[in-house]
Design a protein around this ligand. Structure first.
Ligand code: HEC
Length: 208
């Protein structure tokens, strides 16, 4: 019995030592171009999904968060804060986000993968070590509206998305208005220099 305990303890010490040597040797490759092993990916993905589901368990969606007016309000927010990484119905992800690992997923069917409360939790808290930041500063109200918008996303064509965006701008635009679109709303001025939007930008401008 005693020899079994000694063997188990020795193995545990060896394991810890081996881990320490592996970490300090720098053998582990942190490059974004070096994908995880299948097992590592499986563990991380399981932990991510289980964590989101557990942490969102007590959250209830407020009434009316997915009303059409809320969805319209959220489009400008999505165009300004999400589209560059996640793409839109008419455009793929931006160039920078294509080099990210993990890559920002297409959100078209995200409401099939997660409940409204879970999506809200993701938006409010972000996801560690992934590039998905917390959007808590945008306020719960806007985040719930964005959840409502994401639920409509599978039904939106490129044109529907642009119409919705125009409607949101007509109402004042919210955080996605032209001034707030930052680098995404830049267009080429007559002198060939990049200058702030010479014309009203639409999300479709990002295809160019
Ligand atoms: C800088 C790039 C970036 C921006 C901006 C960004 N995200 Fe993300 N997002 C990511 C990445 C990367 C992931 C993948 C995280 C992972 O797999 O661990 C992600 C994951 C998600 C997920 C989980 C999807 C799934 O299927 O697991 C949702 C929902 C989401 N983002 C919504 C949004 C919304 C809505 C916005 C804007 C308010 C936004 N994101 C802005 C990079 C971004």
């Amino acid at each position: 019995m005693r020899s079994v305990a000694v063997a188990v303890l020795s193995l545990a010490i060896l394991g810890v030592l081996g881990g320490a040597i592996f970490i300090y040797s720098g053998l582990y490759n942190v490059a974004a171009t070096d994908p995880h092993w299948n097992l590592t990916y499986w563990v991380l993905e399981k932990a991510r999904v289980r964590s989101i589901k557990a942490h969102a368990a007590g959250i209830t969606a407020p009434a009316g968060y997915d009303d059409q007016a809320q969805v319209e309000r959220a489009v400008g927010h999505f165009a300004a804060h999400c589209a560059e990484c996640h793409g839109t119905p008419g455009s793929k992800r931006g160039a920078v986000s294509q080099g990210m690992y993990p890559q920002p997923p297409d959100l078209t069917n995200v409401s099939k993968r997660f409940s409204p409360a879970e999506i809200f939790w993701i938006l409010k808290n972000g996801i560690k070590m992934s590039g998905m930041s917390s959007m808590a500063d945008d306020g719960d109200d806007m985040l719930w509206a964005t959840v409502g918008f994401l639920q409509k996303l599978p039904t939106l064509s490129d044109d529907d998305y642009n119409d919705l965006w125009m409607a949101s701008q007509a109402q004042g635009g919210g955080p996605g208005n032209m001034m707030d679109m930052g680098g995404m709303s830049m267009s080429h001025g007559p002198d060939g220099q990049r200058s702030p939007h010479a014309k009203s930008p639409t999300p479709r401008d990002r295809d160019q």
